[in-house]
Design a protein around this ligand. Structure first.
Ligand code: HEM
Length: 512
């Protein structure tokens, strides 16, 4: 802004001097372009040859500007890009002027463990001006918000949420059964083809609609996307692309007239605020996650600032709670179809179990191992979760990293380290039960992240995932279609902070 102002002032002064607009433009053009060339070349030279991170290897352009990353990530395959850089440059890679990507099992504990003083990275500013626990970079703001959230995830609160989860899982199973029986009526003994990516998303969003606003999005009932949730999914796609350079997203949000995606995003936030208005009017409701956030809002005198947190956190319930669970369940069903012996193993384990009793399901070690292996290979937050090192810096395997550096610790790659897991790229749930020697070093396993910024919804997510898998397996046999072995799921898989999987059509039949 001040540069634009200076240029205009210079132009006016030169015009007054020479009284010829064309030559004034020429002179000012020369001055500003020489200035810009000088400025940018000194930045480039400094970042490349004099910067404190200059000794760390990485792509040349990445050391100069993060725009390199935006360009490289346009295809949505950031998880594969980082994996490729790891193979080329080793475990510590300079992926930005002030950023290192570190693929080492020691990193999660160092940046997020109990002794860590790291803070959330600049990436989280992408959500400004919205305020929410998930994007709070100020430690005090984050801590006080986290204390409020924690009340909503006590064992007592979880027991109430569980009933609702069961209700939606049964609705999912009933809808699939309806489609299977309908396909039987039309003389097709082949069962029904269900796009699991879609149906699991509808389930996960419907559940979180209940927890945020005590209202379902009715996607399972209506068997189609709710228009606002579609906007949300598309909006997160754009966030994913712009995430390496948050100011780019901010710029996109602030220009007028608004571009379509920005307009959609603001429409969505407005819609969330309206749902929260309705939620605030509800009386005698069964506690949901918002119940605890609203309680604090009212206790603090219903102030405007507190209301902003309430709105942002309600959107977080939906985004953090749905886009994660749905990814794990989608890949879990992929592997159940891919290896039917896993269906048999889980079925055998749950045959005498009351699946409606959470503690009984929790004791099913193979079911839990199956979910853990899915979380290892397909962590729903595959590369996100940037942290900034504290002023004292950190040391990773005797390499010192100074303070104020952004650290990217991609779970996708850390979870697949050959030094940590035998046959690391293969899906082998037994490595968590009977073949423990296949896990050489599990320090790096952190699908829910760790410490004060770690996932608050982990127990709820595990309850949901165990129950959905157990319920659907009890009722259905699941397999690939003849010509489709889940290729699209992987081909269209995108890293947009959370994973966005491609379609997964699976054949469902009633279990005899
Ligand atoms: C398989 C399911 C899930 C996985 C793998 C998962 C993973 C994660 C991860 C990796 C983070 C840290 C993100 C970061 O550093 O920016 C996180 C944070 C968070 N998750 Fe989850 N999550 C899951 C389900 C849920 C559910 C069901 C909820 C419930 C609403 C939830 C609520 C949150 C919240 C509120 C945060 C922010 C915590 C904070 O900053 O203090 N998550 N999750």
């Amino acid at each position: 802004m001040s540069y634009a102002f200076l240029t205009i002032a210079l132009l006016c002064a030169e015009y007054c001097r020479v009284n010829d607009f064309g030559s004034a433009v020429k002179v000012v053009g020369h001055v500003t372009s020489s200035y810009a060339a000088g400025l940018f070349s000194s930045i480039v030279i400094y970042r490349k040859y004099f910067h404190r991170l200059r000794r760390f290897p990485g792509p040349r352009l990445a050391a100069v500007t993060k725009l390199w990353h935006v360009w490289k990530g346009l295809d949505g395959k950031n998880h594969l890009l980082l994996e490729d850089l790891f193979k080329r440059y080793g475990p510590i890679i300079r992926t930005g002027p002030e950023e290192l990507t570190i693929i080492d099992a020691a990193v999660p504990h160092i940046i997020d463990g109990p002794k860590s003083q790291s803070t959330k990275g600049i990436f989280y500013d992408i959500f400004l001006p919205e305020v929410t626990i998930a994007a709070a970079r100020n430690i005090d703001d984050h801590d006080s918000r986290r204390r409020i959230w924690e009340r909503g995830f006590s064992p007592k609160a979880l027991a109430v949420y569980e009933e609702r989860t069961i209700h939606y899982a049964e609705l999912l199973a009933n809808q699939i059964e309806y489609l299977v029986r309908e396909s039987g009526l039309s003389n097709s003994p082949e069962g029904a083809i269900i796009n699991m990516t879609e149906w699991i998303s509808w389930f996960a969003f419907d559940v979180m609609g209940e927890f945020a606003f005590s209202t379902s999005f009715r996607m399972l009932q209506d068997r189609k996307w709710h228009s606002k949730i579609r906007l949300l999914v598309d909006g997160l796609g754009a966030v994913g692309v712009a995430s390496p350079v948050p100011w780019l997203a901010q710029l996109g949000m602030s220009i007028r007239p608004r571009i379509r995606l920005a307009q959609d995003w603001f429409d969505l936030l407005k819609w969330c605020r309206e749902r929260m208005d309705e939620r605030l009017q509800m009386k005698g409701e069964r506690p949901d996650v918002s119940h605890w956030l609203i309680e604090s809002y009212i206790k603090n005198g219903s102030q405007t600032a507190e209301r902003a947190w309430l709105n942002g956190d309600a959107a977080t319930v939906i985004i953090a709670g749905s886009g994660t669970v749905s990814v794990v369940l989608t890949f879990a069903f992929y592997h159940l179809a891919h290896d039917p012996s896993q269906q048999d193993k889980i079925l055998k384990e749950i045959q005498d179990v009351d699946i409606y009793d959470r503690s009984q399901l929790q004791n099913c070690s193979h079911l839990t191992a199956f979910i853990n292996e899915t979380l290892r290979l397909y962590p729903p937050v595959p590369t996100g979760g940037n942290r900034i090192t504290s002023p004292a810096g950190i040391t990773i395997n005797s390499t010192y990293i100074p303070g104020g550096v952004t650290i990217v610790a991609p779970k996708y790659s850390i979870h697949r380290l050959e030094s940590s897991y035998e046959r690391a790229d293969q899906f082998i749930p037994e490595r968590w039960t009977t073949q423990r020697d296949m896990v050489k070093d599990n320090r790096g396993l952190a699908p829910f992240s760790l410490g004060k910024f770690g996932c608050i919804g982990k127990s709820l997510a595990m309850i949901e995932m165990r129950f959905v898998i157990a319920l659907l397996l009890k009722r259905f046999e699941i397999e690939f279609q003849e010509n489709d072995k889940g290729e699209v799921l992987f081909a269209d898989l995108k890293d947009q902070f959370t994973f966005a999987p491609g379609d997964l059509p699976l054949r469902f039949r009633m279990r005899g």
